[in-house]
Design a protein around this ligand. Structure first.
Ligand code: AMP
Length: 219
């Protein structure tokens, strides 16, 4: 399957991607994860991205598009793919189409998870992520069995620096301005699938798998 996941921060893209990649064995590419890794390693790219990320702004198009182009052109993606957090602007969506045409891996569906600000705020302020395996927990809705420790791999849990209320509100504004037009773009191409991101990830996942099974899977 070849998918992109669209939706506001906190709509559940990461949690859904975690389940989909297990079920379908596709390559999961999150531009946010790649950028955070660069920040952690204090690379030039990480230094450039840090200011944008911590203030809730978008990293410039050419920087993220290059990361995605590298993923396809380096052969990292040999079968299906799941792009999470890319594209985020119309320019990125147009560039992605060109990259996909070049590598002959056209998109199957753009999955659009919509979610309200109220739900997003609650989810993100309580979100904790495993440093080891990327599993996602929530302090109220899905607390780990042992505080600060991942149930699956015993890795340490952390809170993202941009998961505070002020930055979440900024990220939501940036999303509404830049990313909403992409939804219309994919709608126009005829491959948009809308799902309700306010529902639990397990419910969203079940409905989406039914849809994908009915609409043909390929690698
Ligand atoms: P995410 O993990 O997807 O929530 O992304 C975290 C942050 O990384 C965003 O708020 C942006 O600053 C940056 N980022 C991730 N993906 C992109 C993208 N496609 N375009 C621009 N900035 C991005």
């Amino acid at each position: 399957m070849r998918l992109v996941l669209l939706g506001p921060p906190g709509a559940g893209k990461g949690s859904l991607a975690f389940l989909l990649k297990e079920a379908m064995g596709v390559e999961h590419i999150s531009t946010g994860d790649i950028l955070r890794e660069e920040m952690k390693n204090d690379t030039l790219l990480g230094k450039e991205a840090k200011g944008y990320i911590e203030s809730g702004q978008l990293v410039p198009d050419e920087v993220v598009t290059k990361l995605i182009a590298n993923c396809f052109e380096s052969g990292r993606i040999s079968g299906g793919y799941l792009l999470d957090g890319f594209p985020r602007t119309k320019a990125q969506a147009l560039d992605l189409n060109e990259i996909l045409e070049k590598v002959e891996k056209p998109l199957d569906f753009a999955i659009y998870l919509n979610s309200t600000l109220e739900v997003v705020l609650k989810r993100l302020t309580g979100r904790r992520i495993c440093k080891g395996c990327g599993a996602i927990f929530h302090m109220e809705n899905k607390p780990p069995k042992q505080e600060g420790i991942c149930d699956s791999c015993q890795g340490d849990l952390y809170q993202r620096a941009d998961d505070n209320e002020e930055t979440i509100r900024k990220r939501m504004d940036v999303y509404l301005e830049n990313t909403t037009p992409i939804v219309d773009f994919y709608q126009g191409l005829g491959n948009l699938k809308k799902v309700n991101g306010d529902e639990d990830t397990a419910v969203v996942y079940k409905g989406l798998m039914e849809f994908l099974n009915e609409n043909g899977q390929r690698n």
